[in-house]
Write a protein that binds this ligand. Sequence first.
Ligand SMILES: [Zn+2]
Length: 240
Amino acid sequence: MGASMVFNQFWPFIQHCHLCQTEAARPHTVLCEGCHQDLPWRLDTMQLDQTDIQVLFDYAWPVDRLLHLFKYQQRLELLPIFRHALQQHSRIDVDAIVAMPCSAARLRQRGYNQAHLLAQQLSTLWQIPIWSHLQRVKQHTAQQRLDRAERLSNLQDAFAVSASQQPPARILLLDDVLTTGASFCSAADCLRRAGAIHIEGLIIASHHPATPQFDTAQPVTQASADSTDFSSSDDGRTAN
Ligand SMILES: [Zn+2]
């Protein structure tokens, strides 16, 4: 048994930084001060389709890489880093947290929904229940191959609320990454149609420096449609 193991045995509260592996200088956190400071913090609010969305990070190094590993490579041991990030946000007073759902097929393929894992962390932190009756009934097909009408209809029926379920009045919709925001708007619309009154968003990392110019109520121009890259969108690399 090495000296450090003996030491850690008697001082179990000393832990190493989850990013740089040096001894964490900050008590009760998973990151050292340097790594914490170096993250691309944003902690601001953006507006999307008249919905306030809280954003923790810019989609930049190393958060982009961490999210990718967490989402696609089963690196679930990274979850405490995201919990650490969620802890930096003040509690939002809502009735329930809703994780952006993925389809049953995608869930089987991946084995977990990364947004749901994040929602579980937030639920514990803020003592707010998770409402899990929003379903993804259709994954996006690759948007680039669709014309404008197909792009819009492709999103319209992507989500559904379980029959006989009434959504809570105030909902926080949580997702890991916001790219165009199209999926977010579609899910929020679905919740509103089912009876939710107030919806806010919380996103770990956003590609947008400011409010994206995407509005589901407006026609998509050819230019903006062409720039809409669902292949690396809110829901994954391959238009899921
Ligand atoms: Zn560190």
